[in-house]
Write a protein that binds this ligand. Structure first.
Ligand SMILES: [Zn+2]
Length: 740
C-alpha cells in the first residue's frame, strides 16, 4: 500500500513537472515573438519583461490545476493500469499548440499565409496535422519509461520546471499589481431607475457631410429629425485622429497623452487599466457591451480591465482562462496582458481550424480595405446590439462603433449619390455620403427597435464619431445627445471634445466625476472650454502577424509624434520629430473667437509644453521651440524638476563652476544621453535624447565619474575627451572650455 502511494506521488510530480515545463516553453516561444515585434512588451523594462516570462507559466499552470486533478482522478481510478494516461495529453497539447503558433508565425511572415487564410475546408488540413502531431507526440511520451535516461523534454522536466517554478514564485511574490480605481460617489438612490445609455458611433464622420448640420445633401434625415429635442454640440472634436486612442479617450475621459494610448501597440497600463466609465457604470448596476472592431477599437484588447461584460467576439470560450481566473489574472494585471493576448492568438486559431468559430483577421481586413476591397459588416454589429438588448437586463451601457463610414473605400448598402459609379479613388465623396446615409438608417432602425421594445423613453442616445474623415482631427465631428424625456436640448457653440462624454454621462446620472477624469460635463454651460488637445503617431506600418502599428516606439515620446492644440477656430500642430509647429484655420468652425480672444502662437507653445510636462513627457528635444518661448529655460527647469531628476540623477551629475558633467542615464530600457549639436557659434545645443549610448559616437560615458564626455579631434588629430560647460539653459547650450 505504501509503495503504491509512493509510486503515485512520484507519477504526480513527474506529470506536474511536464505540464509546467510545457507551459514555460509555450510562454517562452510566444514571448520571443512578442518581444521582437512592436507589442505591449515594447513598454516594459527588462525586469518587467523577465517577470512576464516567469510569471506567465505559473498563471497558466495554476489555471490548469483543476483540469490536471480531474485527469489524474480519471487516470488513476477509471483507466487504472492502462497505458493511456490523460494527464500526459496536456503537455502534448501545449507543445503542439506552441509548434502550431510557430508555424503560423513563419508561414505568415514568409508567405503571408496562416490558418485564418483558409476560410473554406482548407482549415481542416491544419486540424488534421494538429491532431496527427498530438497522437504522434502522445505515443512518444507514453513510450518513455518513468525516470528513463532519455534527454527529451519529458524526462528532464522535473529539474527544469522546478527552476522555472521557483523563479516564477519569486516574481509572483514581488510583482503584484496595484489595481484600485478608487471609490465612486453617487447621488443614486437604491431604487433609482437608471437609463440605458447607447453611444452610437460611426467611424470618421465629418460633421459637414451631415444634413443634420446643414449639408446640402440630405444624408442624415433621421438624425436631423432628432436635433430639435437633443443637446447638440456644434464644434465637437476628437482627441485623436486614430480610432483606438479616440475610443480609449471616450471611455476613460482621459487624454491619449495621459494614458499613453496613441496607437498600436499601446495599451492601458497600471491604474489606467481600471479607471474608466464602463467600470463605474458596472459598479452602479449597468451591463456593458462593446460592439466595435477587435484590436483597433476594442477596449479589452487595449487592456481596459473590468469594463465590458460583453465585448465583440471575446466569447467565454475564447478567453477561458482569463474569464475563469480573472481574480488571479488581475492580481498580476501588468504581467497578464501578454498572456491574454497570447491565449487569444491560440484559442481563436484553434476554434477556427476546428470549424467552431471563424477567425476574422481584422488586420488583414484593414489591409484588404486598403487594397480596395470594402467591408460591409455593420449589419452583424446591429444584430449583435439587438441580441445584447434582448438578452441582458437593463440598465445597459453600449459602445457601438460602426465601420461603414471608415473608408478609404465604401460599400453603401443602398447607393443613392454613388449609384452606377465606379469607386476609382479613395474617399470619393458620393460613396462617403452614401455610407453616412447608411449610418443614418441604422440609427433610425435602432430607434424604432427601442420604441417597439418600449425602452426608448428610458434611453440616452449619443450620436458621435471617433475622428473626422481620412483620418483627421482638424474638422468638427457630430455630437448629438438625445436624453430621455428630451431633458436637455439646444446647441453648444463653444468647442467640446470626446473626453467630455464620460463626465457628461456621469453628471446626468448624478455620479460625481472622479478626479482622474479630464473632460467636463456638457450639461453645465461653459463658454470658455479652454484648449483642446489631440494626438497622432508619426507613421504606421503593416507588419505581418502583428498588423498596423508604430514599428519602433521609443522614449521619450513612444508612439506620440503629432500634438494638436485647438484654440477656437485655429488648430496648431506640433510635429515632434520633424521640429515643426504650424497652424491653420479649422474649416467650418461655427463660432469663431475674436482676434483678441485667440491666444498667440507663443502662448499656445507654452501651454503645449506645460501640457506635456504635466504628463511626464521629457521635453528636452523640444528646445528648438525657444524662438517661441523666450522663457523656455523655466519650462526645462519644471521639466527637470518633474522628470529629469529621475533620469539624470543629480547624485551622479556634477557641476564645477560653470562646467556641467552630464551623466549618461538608465532610462526605460537603455542607456541614454542628450544629443548635442553644434550651432553656428560653435556651441552645443541639446536637440534630442538618444539611445543607445554609442561609444563610437561623439559621446563617451565615463563610468568612473559618471560623466558624459565628448570625443573631439583636436588639431593634432588626436582624440581628446572634452568636458562641456553649460553657458545657457535657454535653451540648454554648452560650450567647450577655452583651455583644457
Ligand atoms: Zn476610426
Amino acid at each position: 500500500m505504501k509503495i503504491a502511494m509512493n509510486s503515485l506521488s512520484g507519477r504526480i510530480i513527474q506529470a506536474l513537472a511536464r505540464i509546467y515545463l510545457a507551459c514555460f516553453v509555450y510562454v517562452f516561444m510566444e514571448w520571443l515573438f512578442f518581444v521582437t515585434k512592436p507589442s505591449i512588451l515594447s513598454y516594459y523594462t527588462v525586469a518587467e519583461k523577465a517577470s512576464v516570462i516567469f510569471l506567465s507559466p505559473l498563471l497558466i499552470f495554476t489555471s490548469l490545476l483543476p483540469i490536471v486533478l480531474l485527469f489524474f482522478a480519471l487516470d488513476e481510478w477509471l483507466i487504472k493500469k492502462e497505458k493511456l494516461q490523460l494527464v500526459r495529453a496536456l503537455p502534448v497539447f501545449i507543445y503542439v499548440s506552441t509548434l502550431f503558433l510557430l508555424a503560423e508565425n513563419f508561414s505568415n511572415t514568409l508567405f503571408g499565409l496562416y490558418s485564418g487564410s483558409f476560410q473554406g475546408p482548407g482549415r481542416y488540413v491544419y486540424l488534421a496535422i494538429f491532431i496527427v502531431l498530438i497522437v504522434v507526440l502522445f505515443r512518444k511520451s507514453s513510450g518513455e519509461k518513468e525516470g528513463g535516461t532519455s534527454m527529451s523534454l519529458f524526462s528532464t522536466a522535473p529539474i527544469m520546471s522546478t527552476v522555472c517554478l521557483l523563479v516564477g514564485i519569486v516574481f509572483a511574490i514581488t510583482g503584484r499589481s496595484d489595481n484600485s480605481a478608487g471609490p465612486i460617489s453617487t447621488d443614486l438612490g437604491s431604487d433609482s431607475n437608471l437609463p440605458n445609455i447607447l453611444i452610437l458611433s460611426s467611424d470618421g464622420i465629418n460633421r459637414r457631410n451631415m444634413s443634420a448640420y446643414g449639408y446640402e445633401r440630405d444624408t442624415t434625415p433621421f438624425i436631423k429629425s432628432l436635433m430639435e429635442h437633443s443637446l447638440v454640440s456644434d464644434n465637437h472634436f476628437s482627441n485623436s485622429s486614430y480610432t483606438g486612442a479616440s475610443v480609449i479617450s471616450l471611455l476613460t475621459g482621459k487624454l491619449p497623452a495621459t494614458t499613453g494610448v496613441v496607437y498600436q501597440p499601446d495599451g492601458l497600463r497600471g491604474v489606467d487599466a481600471y479607471e474608466h466609465l464602463p467600470g463605474i457604470l458596472q459598479k452602479v448596476g449597468y451591463t456593458n457591451a462593446d460592439i466595435s472592431v477587435r484590436y483597433y477599437a476594442d477596449a479589452l484588447d487595449m487592456n481596459m480591465l473590468e469594463s465590458f461584460q460583453v465585448a465583440n467576439d471575446h466569447s467565454r470560450i475564447n478567453n477561458i482562462f482569463t474569464e475563469l481566473y480573472s481574480p488571479l489574472f488581475s492580481m498580476y494585471s501588468e504581467q497578464s496582458v501578454f498572456l491574454k493576448q497570447s491565449l487569444d492568438r491560440i484559442s481563436s486559431r484553434l476554434l477556427h481550424i476546428a470549424g467552431i468559430k471563424d477567425f476574422t483577421d481584422v488586420y488583414e481586413m484593414v489591409t484588404a480595405e486598403k487594397l480596395g476591397i470594402s467591408l460591409s459588416i455593420d449589419d452583424s454589429r446591429i444584430q449583435q446590439l439587438y441580441d445584447f438588448m434582448e438578452e441582458n437586463r437593463e440598465p445597459y451601457f453600449v459602445h457601438l462603433h460602426l465601420l461603414g463610414t471608415h473608408g478609404p473605400r465604401f460599400s453603401p448598402v443602398d447607393p443613392l449619390y454613388s449609384q452606377g459609379q465606379q469607386q476609382t479613388e479613395n474617399h470619393m465623396r458620393d460613396f462617403y455620403d452614401d455610407a453616412i446615409r447608411d449610418y443614418d438608417n441604422y440609427v433610425s432602425e435602432i430607434y424604432s427597435f427601442l420604441e417597439e421594445k418600449g425602452t426608448l423613453e428610458n434611453t440616452l442616445i449619443i450620436i458621435n464619431s471617433d475622428h473626422s474623415r481620412n483620418p483627421n482631427v482638424g474638422l468638427p465631428v457630430p455630437l448629438i445627445m438625445k436624453f430621455p424625456d428630451n431633458q436637455y436640448s439646444g446647441v453648444i457653440e463653444a468647442s467640446t471634445q470626446r473626453i467630455d462624454l464620460a463626465p457628461t454621462i456621469l453628471d446626468y446620472l448624478g455620479i460625481t466625476k472622479p478626479e482622474w477624469m479630464e473632460g467636463r460635463s456638457l450639461l453645465v454651460p461653459d463658454e470658455d472650454p479652454g484648449l483642446i488637445f489631440a494626438y497622432a503617431p508619426l507613421s504606421i506600418d503593416y507588419i505581418s502577424g502583428v498588423g498596423w502599428t508604430v514599428t519602433d516606439p521609443k522614449p521619450p515620446f513612444y508612439t506620440l509624434n503629432n500634438v494638436f492644440v485647438m484654440n477656437c477656430q485655429r488648430i496648431y500642430q506640433l510635429k515632434i520629430s520633424q521640429h515643426t509647429f504650424t497652424n491653420r484655420a479649422i474649416s467650418g468652425y461655427s463660432n469663431p473667437c475674436s482676434k483678441d480672444e485667440l491666444l498667440s502662437k507663443s502662448e499656445i507653445a507654452k501651454a503645449l509644453l506645460t501640457h506635456l510636462i504635466e504628463r511626464d513627457y521629457e521635453i528636452l528635444s523640444l528646445a528648438w521651440l525657444a524662438d517661441l518661448v523666450p522663457d523656455l529655460d523655466d519650462y526645462f527647469s519644471i521639466s527637470r524638476g518633474a522628470n529629469i531628476e529621475k533620469y539624470f540623477s543629480k547624485s551622479t551629475a556634477t557641476v564645477t563652476g560653470d562646467i556641467l558633467y552630464l551623466p549618461a542615464v538608465e532610462y526605460q530600457q537603455g542607456l541614454y544621453a542628450a544629443v548635442l549639436s553644434k550651432n553656428d557659434t560653435g556651441d552645443f545645443v541639446i536637440v534630442d535624447l538618444q539611445t543607445p549610448l554609442n561609444t563610437d559616437n561623439i559621446f563617451r560615458f565615463d563610468k568612473a565619474t559618471g560623466s558624459l564626455l565628448l570625443n573631439q579631434s583636436d588639431v593634432d588629430g588626436e582624440t581628446r575627451n572634452l568636458r562641456l560647460s553649460l553657458i545657457s539653459t535657454n535653451p540648454a547650450v554648452f560650450r567647450l572650455p577655452i583651455a583644457e
